[in-house]
Design a protein around this ligand. Structure first.
Ligand code: DGJ
Length: 378
């Protein structure tokens, strides 16, 4: 009997896998808002998080929250999964410091960590929103850490405001002349004040020291360029800033998006060449209506659309606040909208919303609540 050569068998097995025989996804239900136990049976503690897909494994990084406080007493946690349903606790990827002089000393505020992989350097790069201990939300810093291993430990590099002394690409001389001519101070939330913010009043105020950076996400485009998207100007304006080639600093290119629009919690994805960004309004830990923007290029122009959420509780994003959008590898058109249901009085009990994004025929995304759904059938 002639034996089939091993290479042909392997190629055949590969083809079968490609035809989804080896798909990691199952019909295990995803139930938003419920307790999601990890491999130890403990509710996943990775809030305001994001997911990195690396070598066929999902890595979920997020804020560790305690029983009573939202401050960081542990750091950034990491979980891994092959199927997006069963999660293994990988430990603390970035630990807060015991050094009281450290920016990330225990008790600081460390929010919305995101990790990306730099193919050129082979390093994993984490950015997060940092507030210095005891100073409320006034520091408004972007912070960066790096590791050779995806699960860490990550080494803290530093933090600061963003792009000090560097002009945004879409601020005009007319805008600056308008701001210069203002008779200060303007009363907050009046149309004149909003117009002044729109034209760059706070942008200019923060120009020398760098732009404020609070709620944030990261996005790596197909060409390997990475972007840091964050709430600047007292959360009134979003910035999209390009990172340097090693992802460890900013390149200096950035734009202002939705000035005076008061957006936070940005989450972004690209589909068929269009960039879509979902954000929230600013109501602390309380949920509000999601907002949505699109652009033909990361550099804009960004156009606002209606709230993408539909149905009951869509006006409060089903009780959640956006944090990340995951394009699911191996699934043609599956993008998961991820959000946090905050529990400020019992932060560790905060819950997760994961819902599949649907698309109108014209490509406009929308979201509907599902009590349960699974990855395999979507
Ligand atoms: C809403 C933000 O999205 C959260 O990350 C956190 O900063 C809370 N505000 C604090 O009130």
């Amino acid at each position: 009997m002639r034996l089939i050569p091993k290479t042909i068998l392997l190629a055949f097995a590969g083809l079968l896998c490609a035809l989804q025989a080896c798909s990691p996804y199952t019909d295990a239900p995803i139930r938003s808002g419920e307790i999601w136990p990890d491999d130890r049976g403990e509710h996943i503690n990775a809030h305001g998080g994001g997911i990195l897909v690396h070598d066929g494994t999902f890595y979920w990084f997020g804020e560790h929250k305690g029983e009573r406080s939202s401050s960081a007493f542990v750091g950034v946690t990491c979980y891994s999964s092959k199927d997006l349903v069963n999660w293994k606790y990988e430990g603390v990827a970035l630990s807060v410091s015991d050094d009281p002089e450290s920016d990330i000393t225990r008790g600081c505020t460390l929010e919305r960590p995101k990790v990306i992989y730099n193919k050129k350097t082979g390093k994993f790069v984490m950015w997060f929103h940092l507030e210095l201990r005891g100073r409320g939300y006034s520091a408004a810093r972007a912070a960066v850490a790096v590791s050779d291993n995806v699960t860490g430990p990550y080494t803290y590099i530093g933090s600061g405001r963003v792009n000090p002394g560097i002009p945004a690409e879409n601020v005009t001389d007319e805008d600056l002349a308008y701001v210069d001519a203002l008779e200060q101070p303007l009363k907050s939330w009046t149309p004149e004040w909003l117009e002044a913010i729109n034209r760059g009043m706070y942008y200019k105020r923060d120009f020398e020291g760098g732009q404020m950076s609070r709620d944030m996400t990261l996005y790596v485009d197909d060409d390997g360029k990475a972007y840091h998207i964050y709430a600047a100007e007292e959360n009134l304006t979003l910035n999209i800033a390009e990172l340097s080639d090693d992802y460890l600093s900013h390149s200096g290119r950035y734009i202002r998006v939705a000035p005076a629009g008061h957006n936070e919690a940005p989450a972004i994805f690209k589909r068929n060449g269009t960039y879509w960004m979902i954000t929230s309004g600013c109501t602390g830990w309380d949920p509000n209506a999601a907002r949505m923007f699109s652009a033909p290029s990361i550099w804009g122009p960004w156009t606002q659309h209606p709230n993408p959420c539909r149905g009951e509780k869509s006006e409060i994003t089903y009780g959640g606040q956006s944090t990340f959008i995951l394009p699911v590898p191996g699934k043609k058109d599956l993008y998961i909208f991820m959000a946090d249901i905050w529990r400020p009085r019992h932060p560790i009990d905060a819950r997760y919303i994961w819902l599949p994004i649907r698309f109108e025929e014209d490509g406009t995304p929308y979201i509907e609540w599902l009590d349960e759904w699974n990855i395999k059938d979507n």
